[in-house]
Design a protein around this ligand. Structure first.
Ligand SMILES: Cc1ncc(COP(=O)(O)O)c(C=O)c1O
Length: 420
């Protein structure tokens, strides 16, 4: 499966906004298929469009808005910091960057950390770190083994590391990656050779449709890395910072990676990512990793506000409890509409449908005032705010049921040959 080759939904009905303005002539590069609504404000689990219509948001910017839309704690942190200091530059220390790295290291048991702007950037940095380590300790080995169906972002190294390798429209890809089937230890074992420097995996493959690694697999991968003296890199861009009910998914699996990649939820909607390293993997030196906005004080203030909130007493328990509540509700709905498998942990769920109607359901849901994503043609993904309430979940299930009914009715009418 090449995750970047998924056909975009038809744009035919997506290019007029709600006021009838033709957006196709807009100057924004058309790289992302979007619905016609333009969104103007948000609060918690809710978003409002320019017609003041409210939508329940169970995507939350692709799992980035961990505390929901415009939470007070983030508004305060950002406005205080904006008044004090936005950006001294990556060549100078700022207190926020130091504090956030310290707190991340303290709570994840890491030795060093570095702040970047996006998940893909942090994956690139992890790949660089592994290659640097390979030069030092593995006779210039540089190959990284990743999993089929994995997704690590859309920069060149991250695409090459992702499932199916680099999209062939953008070849040549970066060499040095092998892909093996996910959750298959013997395949991983067979793929490791003297040129291998690391294994890089997502604990739960989010873009592939929320596919969790089994505990047996991840524990086996950790053991394999220790035995063979190679690095284990965990991409926790989606699963980290409380999404799965613990600060990191690796804690739930009871394993310990050498390098951890964080993104998305860390900034609560502000572009922020982090690279964490432990023990022998801490080998970057001056001049080997930098970027204009890396460690930006404003972004770091957002990260601190999010981290402090997620670590508050009872917060992760709320994620686990509301995650179970969401999972149970989705299972009931899936049963009622004869849909398939439900997978997930904490507040990250994927529901496999009985057919490839996920884009149609996302569109019908939007009609019902519900924002969802479809990572695969037959799969819906639910990544609400970690602060989501039971009444938000109940309301979402009602709207989703109406969306399922709409799609069913349209399918039946189609089958009967009635134009819809
Ligand atoms: C597991 C994982 N890693 C990395 C990325 C890339 O993150 P970003 O889009 O912030 O570059 C994603 C994006 O969806 C992801 O799911």
């Amino acid at each position: 499966m090449n995750l970047f080759r998924r056909p975009a939904p038809s744009l035919d009905d997506l290019i007029l906004d709600t006021a009838g303005n033709d957006l196709s002539s807009a100057r924004l590069m058309p790289t992302v298929a979007r619905p016609p609504q333009v969104f103007v404000r948000g609060q918690g689990s809710w978003l409002w469009d320019s017609d003041d219509r409210a939508y329940l948001d169970f995507s939350q910017g692709g799992a980035a808005n961990s505390l929901g839309h415009s939470p007070q704690v983030l508004i305060k942190a950002l406005s205080d910091q904006a008044q004090a200091l936005i950006n001294p530059g990556n060549g100078l220390y700022n207190r926020l960057q130091l504090n956030l790295v310290d707190r991340l290291c303290e709570h994840t048991g890491s030795d060093q950390g570095y702040l970047l702007n996006s998940g893909a950037q942090a994956c690139e940095a992890a790949i660089k770190l592994a290659r640097k380590w390979g030069q030092l300790h593995r006779g210039s080995a540089y190959r990284i083994i990743t999993a089929g169906n994995g997704c690590h972002g859309r920069s060149f190294a991250a695409m090459s590391a992702s499932s199916g390798g680099c999209d062939n429209r953008f070849e040549p890809q970066l060499p040095g990656f092998s892909h093996v089937p996910f959750n298959d230890l013997p395949a991983l074992h067979a793929a490791v050779d003297a040129g291998t420097v690391a294994i890089m995996l997502e604990p739960i493959q989010a873009e592939a449709g929320v596919i969790p690694a089994t505990e047996h697999y991840l524990k086996g991968v950790e053991r394999l890395c220790r035995e063979l003296g190679i690095l284990l890199i965990l991409d926790e861009v989606q699963t980290g910072i409380g999404r799965c009910g613990a600060l990191l998914a690796e804690q739930q699996y009871g394993i310990r990676a050498d390098i951890i990649i964080l993104g998305k939820g860390l900034g609560g909607g502000v572009p922020l990512a982090a690279l964490l390293a432990r023990g022998k993997a801490c080998c970057f030196e001056v001049g080997e990793l930098e970027g204009t906005h890396h460690g930006n004080a404003l972004m770091a203030s957002a990260g601190l506000a999010v981290l402090d909130t997620v670590l508050e007493h009872g917060f992760l328990e709320h994620v686990r409890e509301s995650g179970c509540y969401l999972g149970e509700g989705l299972a009931r709905l899936a049963y009622r509409y004869d849909h398939g498998q439900l997978r997930g942990q904490g507040l990250m769920w994927g529901l496999t449908l009985s057919d490839d109607s996920a884009d149609a359901v996302v569109k019908a849901a939007l009609h019902e005032g519900l924002i969802l994503t479809a990572p695969q043609p037959n799969c819906l993904r639910f990544t609400p705010a970690l602060t989501v309430s039971k009444s938000n979940i109940d309301e979402m299930l009602l709207r989703l049921a109406r969306a399922f009914s709409r799609v069913r009715t349209a399918q039946l009418q189609c089958r009967k040959g009635i134009a819809v």
